[in-house]
Design a protein around this ligand. Sequence first.
Ligand code: GDG
Length: 470
Amino acid sequence: MSRLVIISNRLPVNVTKQDGKFGYRDSVGGVATGISSLTDHGEKIWFGWPGIPAEALTEREKKEASETLSQKGCYPVFLSTSQIDNFYSGFCNRTIWPLFHYFSELSIYDESFWQAYKSSNQLFCDELIKHVSEDDFIWVHDYQLMLLPEMIREKLPEAQIGFFLHIPFPSFEIMRELPRRSELLNGILGADLIGFHEYDYVRHFLSSVYRICGCEHNLSKLQIDNRQIRVDAFPMGIDYEKYASIPAKFKNKPVEEEKPRIILSVDRLDYTKGIPNRLEAYESFLSKYPEYHGKVRLVMIAVPTRTEVEEYASLRETIEKDVGRINGKYSTVDWTPISYMFRSLPFEELSEFYYRGDVGLITPLRDGMNLVAKEFIAAQKNKEHQAVLILSEMAGAASELSESIVINPHHKDQIVEAIKTALDMPQEERAKRNKMMQGRISRYTVGRWATEFIVSLKEIKKEQGRLRTK
Ligand code: GDG
């Protein structure tokens, strides 16, 4: 019986070691939730880095951790400190991440980063090959593992391989800047099914494949040697019920009317998320509309991420200076315009903010999808006071959330007016808009996303079988 094999940079279980004792912490993200809802696709196993440097464990301890993890269907790929620095913090987060989000001026190309990227992808491949067969369905995730499909194909030529990119795929004009562009494209082309969040990313990918590798396509199909490859959009959704059930939990905790209304912002502290632009627009709003002083509060949750990369540390400084300046300028004895949190909140606390928020302010400069936007809308389900979402057109989610107030994150005055419009919007209008968006995101959940990807992968296998027997 074929199995479903997931490979992502991180396992959904984190291994920690303290005073010689192991801890195993589940980190159930969107992908894990989607995968767990796939009930009729056979046994599922997962490969990834368990979050602890290889040097922190002896050979015996690695064996022990591997045995425990395998009981949860997880197979660890142990990365060394140097691989974490050069592969993950290096090529992944200092070369690919900025470039694919159109921050080409921040993208550094370093030969040692590239070598580490290749050897780390090879390590994932070697580990995988020990456990899988050509009957299994293999699903590779994201920009950390773009060489992996081709590496697996070399070892298992008949395997059914899918690849999904969670971040934007940039236009050819950006992609051509990357020194190892053709190696990366050929790596991805080892897959039979290649998925992106949005059709624009599909288009950019096909154009790069044509102009860099010379492969022509027919709509969403490519032919390489005798193998047919399908490239398509699979917009990722959320676990709708998990967020739509939030209001019921807080029913007995009514929002106090006289409190300032909350403008909510939630993201990892990343330069792609447009946090300084957001602060600048909020400051401008306070200056232009003083009648809102004391009546609104920006709650900014900035989750620590990639703190070892220099740009993230300097961005944090910029943000904290901006927050300090705005609070210093406008605070009064009983009002602080911004509540800033630099930490990750437990789900229950985040839920309360989704519930209490009056306006969701999400202004990324580029974002593959942005799940926070979908979660915020789901969390308005059956709520008495409906919130309004202000969303950047640069987020993949904007095409499914077109009833939000869609803004250009580079246009400060437009954001200022959007905040005013959102705060003044009649309740009936808010409810109408949210209902339409809820309809869409409740149908296209993360479970459906995973199912459609796997079903498409299986269809390709059948089709290829037919081609071979002709
Ligand atoms: C990448 C792409 C794409 C956030 N703060 C807290 C918290 N979160 C949770 C949210 C949401 C997730 O983290 C963030 O997902 P996003 O999609 O918004 O953004 P990225 O992390 O950049 O994700 C993105 C995604 O991959 C999926 O393909 O949409 O474009 O960049 O689920 O709820 N969770 C808790 N505390 C927090 O403080 N518990």
